[in-house]
Design a protein around this ligand. Structure first.
Ligand code: PGA
Length: 252
């Protein structure tokens, strides 16, 4: 049985003071319930302090990006081993903002995915189509291309210790959420694509939904058979909003 994962992607938000308040708020209100995990992904400079604040709580630590290189002359980059050193368990790779604004190709994302796993981190691989691609009926092709780049590079075995996040670009930060049925359709497709290669691994891979997920729509999304949690941006910045999503996950 797959557990739910409720993951907060803070993006480029926060401060020492605000993070302290947010983590304390989250830690104080984690709903009782088994079968789900909570994760926060702060900006790089705060990983150490947020990691310390999470100690003794149910929250896990992750990062938002990682270099595909192990060490060396890569000014401004952060190596997977450094994230591990700071206590990260997870790292997001291939977020659509990285792909669109920083030119990350699916091949570079695959390299990051592999580098993260090589350091013992669990990558959260983001895939998803733009509105234009959806309107052209290309959603499945786009998601397959993004997924295949990683399957080709890392193999299906790598998905035994990885998470996939379906994040339709048109739903990210827009307030427009995919309906549970729209999301389920793509989640089911992703699982079927993995199952073509290995049905057992496909059945155990967590597939999160991301894109304007909030307390009000979380329960509907999380009741879908192939949706195993959320990758949450805006609503992860306020403890109450994030906890409302966690409460939906705790209820199963
Ligand atoms: P959002 O962001 O919840 O603000 O739409 C989700 C994401 O980008 O991971």
């Amino acid at each position: 049985m797959r557990e739910f994962l409720v993951a907060g992607n803070w993006k480029m938000n926060g401060s020492i003071a605000a993070n302290g308040e947010l983590v304390a708020g989250i830690a104080a209100g984690v709903p009782a319930g088994s079968g789900f995990s909570m994760l926060v992904c702060p900006p790089f400079p705060y990983l150490g302090s947020v990691g310390s604040a999470l100690e003794g709580t149910a929250g896990k630590l992750g990062a938002q990006n990682v270099s595909e290189h192990a060490a060396g002359a890569y000014t401004g980059e952060v190596a997977p081993s450094m994230l591990k050193d700071l206590g990260c368990e997870y790292v997001i790779v291939g977020h659509s903002e990285r792909r669109a604004m920083y030119g990350e190709s699916s091949f570079q994302v695959a390299a990051k995915f592999q580098a993260a796993q090589g350091a013992g981190l669990t990558p959260i691989l983001c895939v998803g189509e733009t509105l234009e691609e959806r309107e052209q009926g290309a959603t499945e092709n786009v998601v397959d291309f993004q997924l295949n780049a990683v399957l080709d590079a890392a193999g299906i075995g790598a998905f035994a210790s990885a998470v996939v996040a379906y994040e339709p670009v048109w739903a990210i930060g827009t307030g427009v959420t995919a309906t549970p049925e729209q999301a389920q359709e793509v989640h089911k497709h992703i699982r079927a694509r993995l199952a073509e290669v290995d049905a057992g691994i496909a059945a155990s891979t967590q597939i999160l939904y991301g894109g304007s997920m909030k307390g009000e729509n979380a329960a509907g999304l999380l009741t879908m058979p192939d949706i195993d949690g959320g990758l949450i941006g805006g609503a992860s910045l306020k403890a109450d909003d994030f906890l409302a999503i966690a409460a939906a996950a705790a209820q199963g």
